[in-house]
Design a protein around this ligand. Structure first.
Ligand SMILES: *Cc1c(COP(=O)(O)O)cnc(C)c1O
Length: 398
Protein backbone atom coordinates (compact mmCIF):
# COMPACT_ATOMS: atom_id res chain seq x y z
CA UNK A 1 0.00 0.00 0.00
CA UNK A 2 1.12 3.48 -0.82
CA UNK A 3 0.85 4.59 2.79
CA UNK A 4 3.54 2.18 3.75
CA UNK A 5 6.71 3.59 2.25
CA UNK A 6 8.55 1.70 4.99
CA UNK A 7 7.93 -1.77 3.66
CA UNK A 8 11.33 -2.15 2.09
CA UNK A 9 13.47 -2.59 5.16
CA UNK A 10 12.15 -5.39 7.38
CA UNK A 11 13.57 -4.06 10.66
CA UNK A 12 12.01 -0.64 10.20
CA UNK A 13 8.80 -1.68 8.52
CA UNK A 14 5.60 -0.14 9.76
CA UNK A 15 2.98 -2.80 10.33
CA UNK A 16 0.17 -0.29 10.22
CA UNK A 17 -2.52 -0.14 7.61
CA UNK A 18 -2.76 3.03 5.53
CA UNK A 19 -5.56 5.23 6.85
CA UNK A 20 -5.32 7.84 4.07
CA UNK A 21 -6.45 7.50 0.48
CA UNK A 22 -3.91 7.05 -2.28
CA UNK A 23 -4.10 10.71 -3.38
CA UNK A 24 -2.89 11.88 0.06
CA UNK A 25 0.53 10.43 -0.82
CA UNK A 26 1.15 13.38 -3.09
CA UNK A 27 1.40 15.56 0.04
CA UNK A 28 2.65 12.95 2.50
CA UNK A 29 6.19 14.30 2.74
CA UNK A 30 5.07 17.89 3.22
CA UNK A 31 5.28 18.62 6.95
CA UNK A 32 2.77 21.46 6.67
CA UNK A 33 0.25 19.08 5.14
CA UNK A 34 0.95 16.64 7.98
CA UNK A 35 0.21 19.38 10.56
CA UNK A 36 -2.93 20.59 8.79
CA UNK A 37 -4.25 17.04 8.58
CA UNK A 38 -3.68 16.00 12.18
CA UNK A 39 -6.33 13.84 13.78
CA UNK A 40 -7.79 16.16 16.41
CA UNK A 41 -11.49 15.37 16.76
CA UNK A 42 -13.70 12.48 17.75
CA UNK A 43 -15.24 12.33 14.28
CA UNK A 44 -11.78 12.20 12.61
CA UNK A 45 -10.84 9.33 14.87
CA UNK A 46 -14.06 7.40 14.53
CA UNK A 47 -14.00 7.64 10.76
CA UNK A 48 -10.76 5.66 10.85
CA UNK A 49 -10.66 3.30 13.81
CA UNK A 50 -13.08 1.68 16.21
CA UNK A 51 -12.81 3.30 19.61
CA UNK A 52 -13.53 1.64 22.91
CA UNK A 53 -15.99 3.35 25.29
CA UNK A 54 -13.03 4.32 27.49
CA UNK A 55 -11.35 6.05 24.55
CA UNK A 56 -14.48 7.83 23.33
CA UNK A 57 -15.09 9.32 26.78
CA UNK A 58 -11.38 10.15 27.06
CA UNK A 59 -11.42 12.10 23.78
CA UNK A 60 -14.42 14.13 24.94
CA UNK A 61 -12.65 15.04 28.19
CA UNK A 62 -9.34 15.85 26.49
CA UNK A 63 -10.68 19.13 25.13
CA UNK A 64 -10.63 20.59 28.64
CA UNK A 65 -7.24 19.29 29.80
CA UNK A 66 -4.67 18.38 27.16
CA UNK A 67 -5.74 18.58 23.52
CA UNK A 68 -5.61 15.56 21.27
CA UNK A 69 -3.63 15.87 18.04
CA UNK A 70 -1.94 13.09 16.08
CA UNK A 71 0.02 13.54 12.85
CA UNK A 72 -1.02 11.28 9.95
CA UNK A 73 2.52 9.85 9.98
CA UNK A 74 2.23 8.71 13.61
CA UNK A 75 -1.42 7.75 13.30
CA UNK A 76 -0.51 5.36 10.52
CA UNK A 77 1.45 3.28 13.04
CA UNK A 78 -1.70 2.56 15.06
CA UNK A 79 -3.15 -0.92 15.00
CA UNK A 80 -6.81 -0.47 14.09
CA UNK A 81 -8.06 -3.48 16.01
CA UNK A 82 -5.87 -3.52 19.11
CA UNK A 83 -6.96 -1.20 21.96
CA UNK A 84 -3.67 -2.05 23.70
CA UNK A 85 -1.57 -0.98 20.71
CA UNK A 86 1.51 0.78 22.19
CA UNK A 87 1.29 3.63 19.69
CA UNK A 88 -2.41 4.18 20.25
CA UNK A 89 -2.11 4.30 24.03
CA UNK A 90 0.48 7.09 23.88
CA UNK A 91 -1.71 9.52 21.93
CA UNK A 92 -5.39 8.52 22.16
CA UNK A 93 -6.90 9.67 25.46
CA UNK A 94 -8.72 7.31 27.80
CA UNK A 95 -11.28 8.11 30.46
CA UNK A 96 -8.68 7.20 33.14
CA UNK A 97 -6.97 10.54 32.40
CA UNK A 98 -9.84 12.29 34.10
CA UNK A 99 -8.99 10.83 37.49
CA UNK A 100 -6.33 12.43 39.66
CA UNK A 101 -4.69 9.98 42.06
CA UNK A 102 -3.82 11.37 45.52
CA UNK A 103 -0.08 11.35 44.74
CA UNK A 104 -0.49 13.26 41.45
CA UNK A 105 0.27 16.92 40.74
CA UNK A 106 -0.32 19.49 38.00
CA UNK A 107 3.36 20.49 38.15
CA UNK A 108 5.08 17.25 39.27
CA UNK A 109 8.65 18.49 38.82
CA UNK A 110 8.06 21.79 40.61
CA UNK A 111 9.02 23.83 37.56
CA UNK A 112 6.79 26.83 38.15
CA UNK A 113 8.53 27.58 41.45
CA UNK A 114 11.99 27.48 39.83
CA UNK A 115 11.42 30.12 37.17
CA UNK A 116 13.47 33.30 37.68
CA UNK A 117 11.64 34.67 34.61
CA UNK A 118 8.54 33.10 33.06
CA UNK A 119 9.39 30.14 30.83
CA UNK A 120 12.97 29.65 32.07
CA UNK A 121 13.49 26.86 34.65
CA UNK A 122 16.79 27.34 36.50
CA UNK A 123 17.11 24.38 38.85
CA UNK A 124 20.71 23.23 38.43
CA UNK A 125 23.65 25.56 38.96
CA UNK A 126 25.05 25.58 35.44
CA UNK A 127 22.14 24.90 33.09
CA UNK A 128 18.61 25.98 32.30
CA UNK A 129 15.50 24.58 30.69
CA UNK A 130 14.06 27.14 28.29
CA UNK A 131 10.39 26.53 27.42
CA UNK A 132 10.06 28.28 24.08
CA UNK A 133 6.62 27.09 22.95
CA UNK A 134 3.53 25.30 24.30
CA UNK A 135 2.74 23.45 21.05
CA UNK A 136 3.76 19.99 19.82
CA UNK A 137 3.18 18.06 16.59
CA UNK A 138 1.20 15.46 18.57
CA UNK A 139 0.33 15.30 22.26
CA UNK A 140 1.58 12.52 24.56
CA UNK A 141 -1.15 11.58 27.03
CA UNK A 142 1.35 11.46 29.92
CA UNK A 143 2.82 14.91 29.18
CA UNK A 144 4.69 16.17 32.23
CA UNK A 145 3.83 19.74 31.24
CA UNK A 146 0.14 19.17 30.40
CA UNK A 147 -0.71 22.09 32.72
CA UNK A 148 0.52 24.50 30.03
CA UNK A 149 1.00 22.46 26.85
CA UNK A 150 -1.53 22.49 23.94
CA UNK A 151 -3.32 25.66 25.04
CA UNK A 152 -6.62 24.21 26.27
CA UNK A 153 -5.97 24.06 30.03
CA UNK A 154 -6.48 26.80 32.59
CA UNK A 155 -2.80 27.67 32.91
CA UNK A 156 -0.74 29.13 30.05
CA UNK A 157 2.95 29.27 29.29
CA UNK A 158 3.98 32.89 29.60
CA UNK A 159 7.49 32.85 28.20
CA UNK A 160 8.81 36.28 27.35
CA UNK A 161 11.71 35.67 25.01
CA UNK A 162 13.45 39.02 25.52
CA UNK A 163 13.33 38.77 29.33
CA UNK A 164 14.67 35.22 29.13
CA UNK A 165 17.58 36.26 26.88
CA UNK A 166 18.41 39.12 29.23
CA UNK A 167 18.42 36.77 32.23
CA UNK A 168 20.82 34.45 30.40
CA UNK A 169 23.05 37.37 29.42
CA UNK A 170 23.41 38.51 33.03
CA UNK A 171 23.79 35.00 34.52
CA UNK A 172 27.32 33.80 33.72
CA UNK A 173 27.03 30.53 35.63
CA UNK A 174 24.69 29.22 32.92
CA UNK A 175 26.82 27.34 30.39
CA UNK A 176 24.16 24.95 29.02
CA UNK A 177 20.72 25.85 27.62
CA UNK A 178 18.12 23.19 26.87
CA UNK A 179 15.37 24.35 24.51
CA UNK A 180 12.12 22.54 25.07
CA UNK A 181 8.43 23.24 25.51
CA UNK A 182 6.32 22.15 23.67
CA UNK A 183 8.47 21.28 20.71
CA UNK A 184 11.00 23.87 19.50
CA UNK A 185 11.33 22.20 16.08
CA UNK A 186 7.77 23.33 15.28
CA UNK A 187 9.19 26.84 14.79
CA UNK A 188 10.15 27.94 11.30
CA UNK A 189 13.83 27.63 10.35
CA UNK A 190 14.10 31.39 10.47
CA UNK A 191 12.64 31.77 13.96
CA UNK A 192 14.82 28.98 15.35
CA UNK A 193 17.88 30.42 13.65
CA UNK A 194 17.24 33.76 15.38
CA UNK A 195 16.90 32.09 18.80
CA UNK A 196 20.04 30.02 18.34
CA UNK A 197 21.99 33.01 17.02
CA UNK A 198 21.00 35.07 20.06
CA UNK A 199 22.03 32.27 22.44
CA UNK A 200 25.31 31.79 20.57
CA UNK A 201 26.07 35.49 20.97
CA UNK A 202 26.27 34.98 24.76
CA UNK A 203 29.92 34.16 25.46
CA UNK A 204 29.40 31.99 28.57
CA UNK A 205 26.90 29.66 26.87
CA UNK A 206 29.04 26.74 25.75
CA UNK A 207 26.43 24.17 24.95
CA UNK A 208 22.92 24.21 23.50
CA UNK A 209 20.54 21.32 23.12
CA UNK A 210 17.02 20.85 21.85
CA UNK A 211 14.48 18.39 23.26
CA UNK A 212 12.11 17.31 20.48
CA UNK A 213 9.78 14.54 19.47
CA UNK A 214 9.41 15.97 15.95
CA UNK A 215 11.79 13.42 14.38
CA UNK A 216 9.35 10.74 15.62
CA UNK A 217 5.97 12.47 15.17
CA UNK A 218 6.80 14.46 12.06
CA UNK A 219 10.02 13.22 10.41
CA UNK A 220 9.09 15.25 7.29
CA UNK A 221 10.01 18.40 9.25
CA UNK A 222 13.67 17.35 9.33
CA UNK A 223 14.46 18.93 5.98
CA UNK A 224 17.97 19.43 4.54
CA UNK A 225 17.41 23.20 5.02
CA UNK A 226 16.65 22.75 8.73
CA UNK A 227 19.76 20.59 9.15
CA UNK A 228 21.94 23.12 7.32
CA UNK A 229 20.69 25.87 9.64
CA UNK A 230 21.17 23.84 12.85
CA UNK A 231 24.69 22.95 11.77
CA UNK A 232 25.76 26.60 12.02
CA UNK A 233 25.18 26.55 15.77
CA UNK A 234 27.48 23.78 16.96
CA UNK A 235 28.06 22.38 19.54
CA UNK A 236 24.38 21.51 19.37
CA UNK A 237 22.88 18.26 20.67
CA UNK A 238 19.34 16.95 20.20
CA UNK A 239 17.44 14.68 22.59
CA UNK A 240 14.56 12.86 20.95
CA UNK A 241 11.76 10.95 22.66
CA UNK A 242 10.98 7.39 21.54
CA UNK A 243 9.18 4.83 23.68
CA UNK A 244 8.53 1.84 21.48
CA UNK A 245 10.54 0.19 18.68
CA UNK A 246 7.58 0.47 16.31
CA UNK A 247 8.07 4.27 16.27
CA UNK A 248 11.38 3.83 14.45
CA UNK A 249 10.25 3.54 10.84
CA UNK A 250 12.39 4.14 7.75
CA UNK A 251 11.19 7.77 7.55
CA UNK A 252 12.22 8.33 11.15
CA UNK A 253 15.53 6.56 10.65
CA UNK A 254 16.26 8.74 7.62
CA UNK A 255 15.31 11.93 9.48
CA UNK A 256 17.61 10.98 12.37
CA UNK A 257 20.33 10.16 9.83
CA UNK A 258 20.05 13.67 8.35
CA UNK A 259 20.48 15.20 11.81
CA UNK A 260 23.44 12.92 12.57
CA UNK A 261 24.99 13.79 9.20
CA UNK A 262 24.74 17.45 10.23
CA UNK A 263 27.08 16.52 13.09
CA UNK A 264 24.40 16.67 15.78
CA UNK A 265 24.91 14.08 18.55
CA UNK A 266 21.56 12.42 19.25
CA UNK A 267 20.26 11.04 22.55
CA UNK A 268 16.94 9.42 23.37
CA UNK A 269 14.70 9.92 26.38
CA UNK A 270 12.05 7.26 27.04
CA UNK A 271 9.28 7.25 29.60
CA UNK A 272 8.50 3.93 31.24
CA UNK A 273 4.82 3.29 30.49
CA UNK A 274 2.68 0.43 31.70
CA UNK A 275 1.67 -2.00 28.98
CA UNK A 276 3.57 0.06 26.39
CA UNK A 277 7.26 -0.49 27.04
CA UNK A 278 7.59 -1.94 30.55
CA UNK A 279 9.46 -5.11 29.63
CA UNK A 280 13.09 -6.02 28.99
CA UNK A 281 12.09 -7.44 25.62
CA UNK A 282 10.51 -4.21 24.31
CA UNK A 283 13.24 -1.99 25.78
CA UNK A 284 15.97 -4.15 24.27
CA UNK A 285 14.37 -3.99 20.82
CA UNK A 286 14.01 -0.21 21.25
CA UNK A 287 17.61 0.49 22.27
CA UNK A 288 18.99 -1.75 19.52
CA UNK A 289 16.97 0.09 16.87
CA UNK A 290 18.02 3.44 18.36
CA UNK A 291 21.69 2.53 17.91
CA UNK A 292 20.96 1.55 14.30
CA UNK A 293 19.48 5.06 13.93
CA UNK A 294 22.70 6.55 15.42
CA UNK A 295 20.88 7.59 18.61
CA UNK A 296 22.40 6.91 22.02
CA UNK A 297 19.82 5.98 24.70
CA UNK A 298 20.21 8.75 27.32
CA UNK A 299 17.52 8.58 30.00
CA UNK A 300 14.77 6.13 30.91
CA UNK A 301 12.31 8.09 33.06
CA UNK A 302 10.07 6.74 35.72
CA UNK A 303 6.76 8.38 34.71
CA UNK A 304 6.28 11.69 36.55
CA UNK A 305 3.41 12.01 39.02
CA UNK A 306 1.39 14.01 36.52
CA UNK A 307 -2.37 14.28 36.99
CA UNK A 308 -4.31 11.53 35.23
CA UNK A 309 -1.35 9.20 34.69
CA UNK A 310 -2.03 6.33 37.09
CA UNK A 311 -3.15 4.01 34.28
CA UNK A 312 0.15 4.57 32.49
CA UNK A 313 2.57 4.46 35.41
CA UNK A 314 4.39 1.35 36.50
CA UNK A 315 6.53 0.40 39.51
CA UNK A 316 10.05 1.64 40.16
CA UNK A 317 11.09 -2.01 40.57
CA UNK A 318 10.09 -2.63 36.95
CA UNK A 319 12.48 0.07 35.77
CA UNK A 320 15.34 -1.41 37.81
CA UNK A 321 14.56 -4.87 36.39
CA UNK A 322 14.77 -3.47 32.87
CA UNK A 323 18.17 -1.89 33.49
CA UNK A 324 19.38 -5.14 35.02
CA UNK A 325 18.13 -6.98 31.95
CA UNK A 326 20.13 -4.69 29.65
CA UNK A 327 23.42 -4.01 31.47
CA UNK A 328 25.97 -6.64 30.48
CA UNK A 329 23.46 -8.46 28.32
CA UNK A 330 23.85 -5.94 25.52
CA UNK A 331 26.05 -3.11 24.19
CA UNK A 332 26.98 -0.62 26.89
CA UNK A 333 26.06 2.27 24.58
CA UNK A 334 22.52 0.86 24.45
CA UNK A 335 21.87 1.16 28.19
CA UNK A 336 20.14 4.39 29.31
CA UNK A 337 20.35 5.85 32.81
CA UNK A 338 17.15 5.17 34.73
CA UNK A 339 16.01 8.33 36.60
CA UNK A 340 13.20 9.76 38.64
CA UNK A 341 12.65 13.48 38.37
CA UNK A 342 12.37 14.30 42.07
CA UNK A 343 8.71 15.11 42.81
CA UNK A 344 8.27 18.77 43.70
CA UNK A 345 11.59 19.80 42.18
CA UNK A 346 14.49 17.52 43.14
CA UNK A 347 15.97 17.25 39.66
CA UNK A 348 16.88 13.96 38.04
CA UNK A 349 17.84 11.29 40.53
CA UNK A 350 19.65 8.21 39.13
CA UNK A 351 18.51 4.73 40.14
CA UNK A 352 20.74 1.73 39.61
CA UNK A 353 20.41 -1.98 40.29
CA UNK A 354 22.66 -3.02 43.20
CA UNK A 355 25.88 -4.70 42.04
CA UNK A 356 27.81 -4.18 45.28
CA UNK A 357 27.20 -7.19 47.55
CA UNK A 358 29.29 -5.89 50.46
CA UNK A 359 31.85 -3.16 50.99
CA UNK A 360 34.46 -3.77 53.68
CA UNK A 361 37.76 -2.09 54.52
CA UNK A 362 40.18 -3.15 51.78
CA UNK A 363 37.71 -4.93 49.51
CA UNK A 364 34.36 -4.88 47.78
CA UNK A 365 32.35 -7.95 46.88
CA UNK A 366 30.57 -7.52 43.57
CA UNK A 367 27.94 -9.29 41.57
CA UNK A 368 28.13 -9.34 37.76
CA UNK A 369 25.26 -9.39 35.26
CA UNK A 370 25.06 -13.18 35.38
CA UNK A 371 25.03 -13.34 39.17
CA UNK A 372 28.71 -14.36 39.45
CA UNK A 373 30.51 -13.12 42.58
CA UNK A 374 33.80 -11.21 42.30
CA UNK A 375 36.12 -9.61 44.81
CA UNK A 376 37.93 -6.38 44.05
CA UNK A 377 40.80 -5.53 46.39
CA UNK A 378 41.40 -1.85 47.15
CA UNK A 379 44.98 -0.61 46.60
CA UNK A 380 47.59 -1.74 49.18
CA UNK A 381 50.01 1.08 50.12
CA UNK A 382 53.67 0.30 49.28
CA UNK A 383 55.46 -0.63 52.56
CA UNK A 384 58.38 1.66 53.46
CA UNK A 385 60.95 -1.21 53.48
CA UNK A 386 59.89 -2.41 50.00
CA UNK A 387 60.26 1.12 48.69
CA UNK A 388 63.72 1.47 50.32
CA UNK A 389 64.83 -1.82 48.72
CA UNK A 390 63.68 -0.59 45.29
CA UNK A 391 65.66 2.64 45.71
CA UNK A 392 68.74 0.63 46.58
CA UNK A 393 68.29 -1.58 43.53
CA UNK A 394 67.87 1.51 41.30
CA UNK A 395 71.20 2.90 42.59
CA UNK A 396 72.95 -0.42 41.92
CA UNK A 397 71.67 -0.42 38.34
CA UNK A 398 72.93 3.13 37.70
C1 LIG B 1 16.30 17.66 32.69
C2 LIG B 1 16.58 19.05 33.04
C3 LIG B 1 17.81 19.63 32.71
C4 LIG B 1 18.91 18.86 32.00
O1 LIG B 1 19.41 17.82 32.81
P1 LIG B 1 20.60 16.87 32.30
O2 LIG B 1 20.72 15.83 33.36
O3 LIG B 1 21.81 17.76 32.19
O4 LIG B 1 20.20 16.33 30.97
C5 LIG B 1 18.02 20.93 33.08
N1 LIG B 1 17.09 21.64 33.76
C6 LIG B 1 15.91 21.09 34.09
C7 LIG B 1 14.94 21.91 34.87
C8 LIG B 1 15.62 19.79 33.75
O5 LIG B 1 14.42 19.25 34.09
Amino acid sequence: MANRPTDFDPAFRSHAPGYWPEDAMEHWNDHKWQLRNRIDSLSDLESRINLTDEERAGVLLAGTKLAMAITPHFFNLIDKDDPDCPIRRQVIPRIDEGWTAPEEMADPCGEDSHMPVPGLVHRYPDRVLFLVTDRCASYCRYCTRSRVVSGVGEQHLETQMERAFQYLERTPQVRDVLLSGGDPLLFSDDKLDKILTRLRSIPHIQFVRIGSRIPIFLPQRITPELCAMLKKHHPLFISVHTNHPRELTTEVRDALGRLADAGIPLGNQSVLLRGINDSVEVQKALVHKLLMCRVRPYYLYQCDLITGSSHLRTSVTKGLEIIEGLRGHTTGYAVPQFVIDGPGGGGKIPLNPEYVVTREPGRVILRNYEGGIFEYAEPTPIPADALAALHEKALETA
